[in-house]
Design a protein around this ligand. Structure first.
Ligand code: FRU
Length: 489
């Protein structure tokens, strides 16, 4: 084991020990989301099922709660909700990745856990793809790394931007899809193939932005689901477009289309936002043995830093979400395993008088699952404001504006340090049958919201004081809805 890996493990152990022995820190940890054990985390990496467990690696800088030379942290779960931390899988300790082990993916292959990732060198001016193989705990990098470099690409591109390989196996061959920055300054998705993981051959430019879908692309994923071919991309520098559902900066989009397996070109038909929230980026998916396609995203963002400075960690992952496609739409649901945490069910019908702030008996807390259904919803239903994490001073507002068909989240009163990063909204369509449904899963400092049976996802984090546990409802019109509320334990 290298000194860099040793050091990273020492600091992780020290940090986890400190959290475990400090009640205040323990009380701030999410209960059923993977949160950084120590220091900074960003993208989920290597999400994969191996030896009967779900493995989730992550971009990791254990030395401070800010980004730094990237390691691969490693967590494992049996139930997709509770995570055990394993030794740090990789440190930037080889010639092929001396400036960072950037994002990548993993598969189970012939009893081995195979990782492909981006090795960064020469002060982040060169990015190439490398391989590591492990047994679920320890990982050994190939001596011959890097295995995919500029020498594999038959045209010019920006060498500082070639990263985030997605690995899969098909008809006995290995494939990698990775992103580059082309000479127009925007992203493209390349496909490579190999018989042995060591020697790779360029196959195609499967798709490209041509400066129309953001600039550089990051973290691609590529899979088939419900009879459709799907590509996931996280494009940078997009411009706000409320109609399209884009916000300024980094977005994560899914594209439904057809991947022609003779040319390996993708014919893009539908492009949509995956999650409209402030805190969602760089998702990765994997296929479970039971056939479910699940996705995990980074529950944070590059455009700002909202973690309180005195936290020894920064960053959480979303719940694993099961994906489905119906009629050209992507539907997301928290994995069904979450239902096992539901306690103290409260079922009721709320009848709300306009402009009157209402609390519902037993509906409060910071670890909950709230389901709400409304009938006969139309433009004249006005605004429903669900206030969570409230005390006398603080609260966050999830506002459903039925008149303007907008849903927004405002955390400016949650005790955040910078209110300019506190608001996000998106447009939605009302179902034709007049039924509106919403589910909100809250885990102390995050709220994942799913609307219209998971057609819209909206993920936001907030760091309100932990005792701010009241939930209140305010409406502009007289409204009623049915609800189910569970505390998650
Ligand atoms: C996306 C990303 C990846 C890169 C990693 C570096 O969030 O920028 O493209 O591999 O983070 O930490």
């Amino acid at each position: 084991m290298s000194k860099l890996l040793d050091d990273a493990n020492l600091i992780q152990e020290e940090c986890l020990g400190r959290i475990d022995s400090t009640d205040e820190l323990k009380s701030l940890r999410p209960r059923f989301h993977m949160a950084s054990p120590c220091g900074w985390i960003n993208d989920p990496n290597g999400l994969s099922f191996f030896n009967g467990r779900l493995h989730l690696f992550f971009q990791y800088h254990p030395y401070s709660n800010r980004w730094g030379p990237m390691h691969w942290g490693h967590a494992m779960s049996e139930d997709f909700l509770h995570w055990n931390f394993l030794p740090v899988a990789m440190a930037p300790d080889s010639e092929a990745d001396a400036d960072g082990c950037f994002s990548g993916t993993a598969i189970e292959d012939d009893g081995k856990h195979v990782i492909v990732y981006t090795g960064v060198i020469e002060g982040n001016t060169i990015q190439n793809q490398s391989i590591a193989i492990g047994d679920g705990v320890e990982y050994k990098k190939f001596d011959g790394n890097p295995v995919i470099t500029a020498a594999n690409i038959p045209f010019e591109y920006d060498k500082a931007h070639f990263r985030d390989p997605k690995l899969w196996k098909e008809n006995g061959l290995y494939y990698v899809a990775a992103v580059i920055k082309t000479d127009d300054g925007s992203g493209a998705l390349l496909i490579f193939k190999s018989e042995n993981l060591r020697n790779w051959e360029f196959v195609s430019v499967a798709d490209r932005s041509s400066c129309r879908l953001g600039m550089m692309w990051e973290c691609p994923d590529l899979f088939s689901l419900d009879g459709e071919d799907v590509i996931i991309i996280s494009p940078q520098e997009m411009k706000e477009d409320l109609e399209q559902g884009w916000h300024d900066g980094n977005n994560s989009v899914f594209m439904i289309g057809k991947l022609d397996r003779s040319t390996w070109k993708f014919n893009r038909k539908i492009v949509k936002q995956i999650d409209f929230g402030i805190d969602f980026y760089a998702p990765e998916t994997t296929l479970l043995p039971d056939g479910r396609r699940i996705m995990v995203g980074w529950m944070h963002r590059w455009e700002g830093f909202s973690t309180p400075d005195d936290y020894p960690w920064s960053g959480m992952m979303t719940l694993p979400r099961e994906l489905k496609i119906k009629n050209g739409k992507l539907y997301q649901h928290p994995v069904k395993e979450l239902d096992s945490m539901r306690c103290n069910p409260i079922k009721g019908k709320a009848v709300l008088e306009s402009e009157k702030e209402t609390a519902l008996e037993g509906v409060n807390g910071r670890f909950f699952d709230l389901e709400l259904k409304m009938k006969d919803v139309g433009k004249n239903s006005g605004i429903l404001d669900i206030k969570i994490a409230c005390d006398d001073v603080h609260c966050c507002d999830l506002m459903i504006d039925f008149e303007n068909l907008e849903i927004s989240f405002d955390r400016s009163k949650s005790g955040t340090r910078k209110d300019c990063e506190s608001f996000r909204r998106f447009r939605f369509e009302l179902p034709v049958d007049g039924m509106f449904d919403l589910r909100m899963v809250c885990d102390i400092s995050s709220a994942e919201v799913f609307v219209s049976d998971g057609e819209y996802a909206f993920t936001n984090v907030f760091y309100a004081p932990k005792d701010a546990t009241e939930i209140r409802f305010v409406t502009s019109e007289n409204l009623s809805f049915d609800y189910n509320f569970y505390t998650l334990v």
